[in-house]
Design a protein around this ligand. Structure first.
Ligand SMILES: NC(=O)C1=CN([C@@H]2O[C@H](COP(=O)(O)OP(=O)(O)OC[C@H]3O[C@@H](n4cnc5c(N)ncnc54)[C@H](O)[C@@H]3O)[C@@H](O)[C@H]2O)C=CC1
Ligand SMILES: O=C(O)[C@@H]1CCC=N1
Length: 270
């Protein structure tokens, strides 16, 4: 499959790492460092601007839009003259709605909106996605094939659910890293060597996540099995409950989804 990327930053790089072995990839990015890094690591073709890549865009079956939400409108305007062969557009931008993108592209119909995450870099991503009404079965299959190169896909029927997906899995790796930062800080403050603290925290996170994934039990039950009455875990969880950690996490994730909706409102209003 031939794929063009508009934007070769963090998320595009993670996707390209998973896809490069299976696809012909061309990346448009004005940043020379981003282009050099992608060309040397993955052997992809590059261009500095959309207008400098007409052949790659003509040849592409899928065009992945991987710029910041704030850049999407300008990118759509530049892309519009290059969509003659009707490629599938796959937007990964947070917030930007299919209807806004379609409008900026003069009524273009073949648009899928996807929300991947950065573990795609090691083939362990997960993507929530939704197809616009002008996407046919072949378009859906092409979008699915692109995202499945870096992990499973979860298709949604309702575009409004992509904001909650963004809050859970799109932004989610950052919450995990934040929790790991806290665990490593605590390990250091209690006297463990930084390297050992990192090893213990990471193996615990990976092991617990795998245990949860492989178990039929609810995570609550797995947590209770670690928590002996009057023991150490009980002391830790009681401290977290007293501090309102669970409520804070729920509120934080709702703030992420709200921000996705607000971006869509702000950037898509005309
Ligand atoms: N970073 C993440 O974990 C995730 C990001 N996303 C979405 O992916 C998109 C990109 O985010 P990141 O990769 O984190 O940002 P980034 O800032 O790392 O990458 C954006 C890239 O776009 C390039 N760019 C700017 N103007 C351009 C233009 N006119 N044409 C072509 N390229 C242009 C920049 O030089 C930069 O390399 C955003 O819309 C974001 O919402 C989605 C899921 C997860
Ligand atoms: O923070 C953001 O806006 C993007 C979308 C999901 C992850 N990063």
């Amino acid at each position: 499959m031939k794929i063009a990327f508009i934007g070769g930053g963090n998320m595009a790089s993670a996707l390209i790492a998973g896809l490069a072995a299976h696809a012909g990839i061309h990346v448009v990015d004005p940043d020379p460092e981003a282009r050099a890094r992608l060309a040397s690591r993955h052997g992809v073709g590059t261009a500095a601007a959309i207008d400098a890549a007409p052949e790659a865009l003509e040849a592409a079956e899928v065009v992945v839009l991987a710029v910041k939400p704030q850049q999407m409108r300008e990118v759509a305007a530049a892309l519009r003259p290059h969509l003659g062969r009707r490629p599938l557009l796959l937007s990964i931008a947070a917030g930007i709605r299919i209807a806004a993108l379609a409008r900026w592209l003069g009524g273009y119909g073949a648009i899928v909106r996807a929300m991947p995450n950065t573990p795609a870099l090691i083939g362990m991503g997960i993507t929530g996605m939704v197809a616009g009404s002008g996407v046919d079965a072949a378009g859906r299959a092409a979008a699915d094939a692109v995202m499945r190169a870096v992990g499973p896909t979860v298709w949604l029927d309702d575009e409004a659910l992509i904001d909650p997906v963004t809050a859970v899995s799109g932004s989610g790796p950052a919450y995990v890293f934040y929790f790991l930062e806290a665990m490593q800080q605590a390990a250091r403050e209690m006297g463990l060597d930084a390297q050992q603290g990192r090893q213990l925290a990471l193996a615990t996170f990976t092991g617990a996540a795998q245990l949860a994934a492989q178990s039929d039990e609810a995570v609550e039950v797995l947590r209770q099995r670690v928590t002996s009455k009057g023991g150490t875990t009980h002391a830790a969880i009681s401290s977290m409950e007293a501090a309102g950690v669970k409520e804070a996490i729920v509120a934080a994730m709702k703030a992420a989804a709200d921000r996705g909706r607000a971006l869509g409102d702000e950037l898509g209003k005309d």
